[in-house]
Design a protein around this ligand. Sequence first.
Ligand SMILES: N[C@@H](CCC(=O)N[C@@H](CS)C(=O)NCC(=O)O)C(=O)O
Length: 314
Amino acid sequence: MLVFASRHPFQKTFVWPGKREKIAELMVRGASMTSFPRMPVQHADRWEEQMTEARPKLVTFGLSHFCEKARWALDWHGIRYDEIGWPPGLHIVLTKRCGAKATTVPIVLDGERVIQGSGAIIDWADQRTQDRARTLTVADALEIEQRADNVIGVHVRRLQFAEMLPSSPHLPKPALFSKASRSHRVIGNMMWPVTWRIMMRMYDITPDAASESRAKLESEMSWLDSMLADGRTYLAGDRFSRADLTVTSLLAPFARPEEMATFHDLPLTDALVIDCERWRDRPVMRWSLAQYQRHRVPRSKAPQPAAAQDIVET
Ligand SMILES: N[C@@H](CCC(=O)N[C@@H](CS)C(=O)NCC(=O)O)C(=O)O
């Protein structure tokens, strides 16, 4: 059956059932209309069946520690997903297009809803779990998570960017663009000079930014060190929770755990190397590395589908 696609940006085209969803998906993943694969009409039912079985998509910036927080939660619950990178700058258009309320990533697209924000993604993952003993939400964890989001999350990123964006923007750029499709990468590269200026303003990269954020982080790490001083294994309750996952993933750019290559292998400026070395022996940093070793479940070994660009841009 052919359907007239009215009120669609590609109006006046006839589409088969499921094509509209495929177009929307390819736009989000970075395909161009010219690369849209033609499908014989007689296979429409099978195609639709496959689309409804599609895995959730996790939209990220490769370098983002908030995205690592969301990724870890999905991995922790063994949820199978496809990760897609949206280059910064272009993400503003793409987040709007997918119906998100704000412009931030991480975002999960589960085929029906747009789940935006690492905390909301943990809630979503917790709700899907079959194993209630692995639920990440335990008493008092939310409060620690929110404090870590607002202080560690914000100031780790600001310190990193304050040390890298003005003088060495080539250092974070490849990780910012990771997992982006070829076409998105091209557009993201063209937008980069403007995006760079937006990032400098958005993250408040002033001449004092690095020292201000360093001081905030020192004081926050002292608070965490004092919590851990009683020998506890976990920040809230007696098992791994969203509090531990949040603090650990948000500190990862400075703890540089081996389990997370993006942070472990990221080239740093001299000033950031000195920060990492100065903080390495803090109890919270040693504890963070131990959390990664014990609890960072590697991504499902299940075969992953080909990357978006391999599917749609050959
Ligand atoms: N509270 C949010 C923060 C996410 C966030 O700040 N994401 C940054 C990347 S680290 C982002 O998307 N920035 C681009 C923007 O704000 O448009 C969460 O937990 O997901």
